[in-house]
Ligand binder design. Structure first.
Ligand code: FES
Length: 319
């Protein structure tokens, strides 16, 4: 998706759950924003130099604003804390991308969403899109307590308006039980598409439960599922700029390429946003991203150079 605004103004900030704030972003000049597809995320470049990606959760056809919800995670790497503590209504933020690596399969007759905590955001945009299309969906929303779950009343209204189903699973209230993902997956119909976004433990359980359903199961990670490849000891040849560079132990390809003066678009730098995706011309990548499917990684046609390395002594990249 190449059409996105370079700047957005924060029109409002609201608390919507414990440690979760909703940011409503508008065009600084008041213009309409480009439509987006359900599952898209926006990439922000924060004034502290960090790039961060956040899923858009409002209705994809809405052009007056984009809305994101940010969880201030105690284990985060600084982006969410900056969003919560340093930004105010009226501030203008820089945008470096609007992408969708978590597309909705609108043709599916049935859709089952599984959300954990702030992972609700892309799925909320999808539920709104399916309502527009008049399609069936069910949503299983997991959180510790009701106070940790953003947008429950809005989701309930979406479900009631369309005859669809919202099931909340709060596992830290008296009598609360965690969602049995394996049982849920096994009991869906054979043409149901399943989507999961949440913490890595939930995503791992979902991927295990849906390993035999690859074409109908879809995940989005918001923290990396693998360590970056930092073994080094290989060369990267940049086909377009005619440079050959050595990647030493402790370095990522992105760091080496950037230090050589080659401009690469980046945001998360941890393999979850897709902005640094680069075409592989030859050589075999050591994929460590959380975006490409195992099949796409095996095809070895593109790689995320912020986190992935090489299994061969040389990679030739389309840079
Ligand atoms: S910068 Fe986000 S995947 Fe590489």
């Amino acid at each position: 998706m190449n059409d996105y605004p370079s700047k957005l103004r924060i029109a409002s900030i609201q608390r919507v759950a414990q440690d979760v704030r909703l940011f409503t972003l508008v065009d600084p000049e008041g213009s309409a924003l480009p439509e987006f597809t359900a599952g898209s995320h926006i990439e922000l470049l924060l004034a502290n130099g960090l790039g961060r990606s956040y899923s858009l959760f409002n209705a994809p056809s809405e052009t007056a604003c984009y809305q994101i919800a940010v969880h201030n995670s105690p284990t985060g790497t600084g982006g969410s804390r900056y969003m919560h503590e340093a930004l105010n209504e009226g501030d203008v933020v820089s945008v470096t991308g609007l992408r969708n690596h978590f597309p909705l399969h609108e043709e599916a007759p049935d859709t089952c969403f599984i959300a954990g905590g702030i992972g609700i955001t892309p799925l909320m945009a999808m539920a709104q899109r399916l309502n527009t299309l008049g399609k069936r969906w069910e949503l299983h929303y997991c959180a510790r307590t009701p106070d940790h779950a953003a947008f429950v009343s809005e989701l309930r209204a979406l479900a009631e308006a369309s005859g669809n189903a919202l099931h909340c699973h709060f596992d830290q209230i008296p009598g609360g039980q965690p969602l049995d993902i394996s049982h849920l997956v096994q009991t869906r119909t054979a043409d149901t598409h399943l989507y999961c976004c949440g913490p890595n433990g939930m995503l791992n359980a979902f991927e295990t439960a849906t390993a035999h359903l690859r074409d109908r199961s879809h995940v989005e990670y918001f923290s990396p599922k693998a360590e970056a490849a930092l073994d080094g000891g290989f060369a990267v040849e940049l086909a377009r700029s005619g440079k050959t560079l050595q990647v030493a132990p402790g370095q990522t390809i992105l760091e080496v390429v950037t230090a050589a003066g080659v401009n690469v678009q980046t945001s998360c730098r941890e393999g979850i946003c897709g902005s640094c995706e680069t075409r592989i011309i030859s050589g075999e990548a050591d994929h460590r991203d959380s975006i490409l499917t195992p099949e796409e990684q095996a095809e070895n046609t593109t790689m995320m150079i912020c986190c992935s390395g090489a299994k061969t002594s040389k990679l030739v990249l389309d840079l």
